[in-house]
Each structure stands twice: as C-alpha cells, then as structure tokens.
Design a protein. Structure first.
Length: 262
C-alpha cells in the first residue's frame, strides 16, 4: 500500500477494517518471487502456509513440516519486503505447550512474520492466550485441520452434525474473544460458516466453506495450476502454469537439439 510515495505496511487494523465492507482475497506465498508478485498486485495479506509441505517440499501432508522449514520460507518471503501483512503457520507440534508456542511464534516473527496462525480452538486456548498476551497478532484456523489428517483419515466437511456445528461455533467465539483478528474456516459447511461470520468481530477467511465468509484464501499453486498432480475440488484454477512451463522448456529443448551446424 503506497501512501504519499511511502510504502506502508498493512496493519492489523487495516485488515480488520475489511469486515462487512469488502471481501478479502488472500493467497499463500512461500518464496521471494511469489511474495513480490502478490505485493505488486496490492494483495493486503499473504500466508506462509505449512501447505508448502505438499506443494513445495513434496510431502504427503503438512505433518512433516518443521520449524526450520517454516523459518527458511518466512525469511524468503520477508526478503521481498512486502507491504502485505505476512502471516506464518506454526507447524505441526510446534505449539504443544505454552512455552513452545511462545518461543516458536517469536522465532517466526524474528524471521519476518507479522502474525502467526495455529490450528484449533479450545484445545489450544492457553497457547493462543499466551501468544496474544505477548503482543504477537494471532489468526485462528478451525474446521478441517490438516495437521490432524492422520487422526481424521481424510479431508472432510465439518459442521454437518449438530455436535460438530456447536463445537465450531464455540471455538470461533472463543478465538474472537481472545482477540484473534481473523480465522480460517477450512471445509466448514457453508451455512455454519455464514452463521459464524455474522456472529464474530474478527474476519472469517474461508477455504472450501462457501462464498459468504469475510475473505477467501487459496494455496497459490492450486489457483495457477502450479501443482497439477492434485487440485482440491473447490478450486477453479485460473491458469495452467505447469503446462506453460513444460511448453517453454520443450521449445528450448528443440532449439538446443536442432540440426547440427557441422
Ligand atoms: O497451510 C496453508 O496454506 C493453509 C491455508 C490453505 C488455509 O493453512
């Protein structure tokens, strides 16, 4: 965001001001070029998500991502000096205790994150409280929790049964009360996501949770066809960048091979 020629960092207040006014589009960035491109487009917020485990590092799920992986990618994004607010995921098991949650949140901030995100509500209540009390802005993540994929067995819609719906609402209200500026609602039944959006002060950021959240987030690779071996059902890619890369490489390969000059 440019104010009077000076590049201004997007603040948490600015992000909060989108609520009820304008839907917030958010994408993931794991490296310098993507952070630069998103910033040139004026995207207000980027997420260094642990989805990098799948789309960049080749793991089957996010449970393999370490703090070292996250720090490496947060630093790469931060080197782009984006005016966008940079949110970084606390990876699997990095917030099992209050002490670990605090220490690892601080490490992400030192690496260049402006805020951190962790998965869960009531189950990580004390960790969220400690992070917020330390002055680090926090973003929640409820619904389908990818870091729990091993217990879950598959990625499935949450909030279809009454008990699950009530738990989601309780977790959302708790995150809001603790001061989370927003929360990802992943694979939440759209009517439940809409109900939560209407009840909380913070922003709901949907992924596979219908169109009525305050914002939408996608893994950037899914949006541009950068990981063609798997695309979630709810994503309509806008580009097939993998095919474009293959075509360009093939054209260059033909030129190199070409008829021999001798
Ligand atoms: O890791 C990630 O990229 C995420 C988003 C998809 C919400 O958590």
């Amino acid at each position: 965001m440019i104010a009077g020629g000076v590049i201004e960092k997007v603040s948490i207040d600015k992000i909060r001001s989108f609520k009820g006014r304008e839907r917030l589009p958010i994408l993931t960035a794991y490296d310098y070029p993507m952070a630069k491109l998103l910033d040139e487009l004026g995207m207000p917020m980027v997420l260094v998500g642990d989805s990098l485990g799948m789309v960049v590092l080749g793991y089957p799920d996010t449970t393999h991502v370490t703090m070292e992986d996250m720090l490496h990618h947060v630093r790469a994004v931060a080197r782009a000096e984006p005016s966008a607010l940079v949110v970084a995921d606390l990876p699997y098991r990095s917030y099992d205790s209050v002490e670990a949650a605090l220490a690892n949140s601080r490490r992400l901030v030192e690496a260049g994150a402006d805020a951190v995100k962790a998965e869960g509500g009531q189950a990580i209540h004390s960790q969220i409280k400690a992070i917020m009390e330390s002055g680090i802005p926090f973003m929640g993540h409820i619904g389908m929790l990818p870091q729990h994929i091993k217990e879950e067995g598959c990625y499935q819609i949450k909030g279809k049964v009454e008990e699950e719906k009530e738990r989601l609402i309780r977790d959302a209200l708790l995150l809001d009360e603790l001061g989370a500026f927003g929360m990802v609602l992943e694979l939440v039944k759209p009517s439940v996501a809409t109900g939560i959006t209407d009840r909380i002060k913070g922003l709901t950021i949907g992924i596979g949770s219908g169109t009525e959240c305050d914002g939408q987030i996608l893994v950037s690779h899914d949006l541009v066809g950068g990981f063609p071996w798997f695309t979630p059902r709810f994503v309509k890619p806008k580009l097939n960048v993998s095919e474009l890369i293959k075509e360009a490489i093939d054209r260059w390969r033909q030129e190199v091979r070409g008829p021999s000059a001798r």
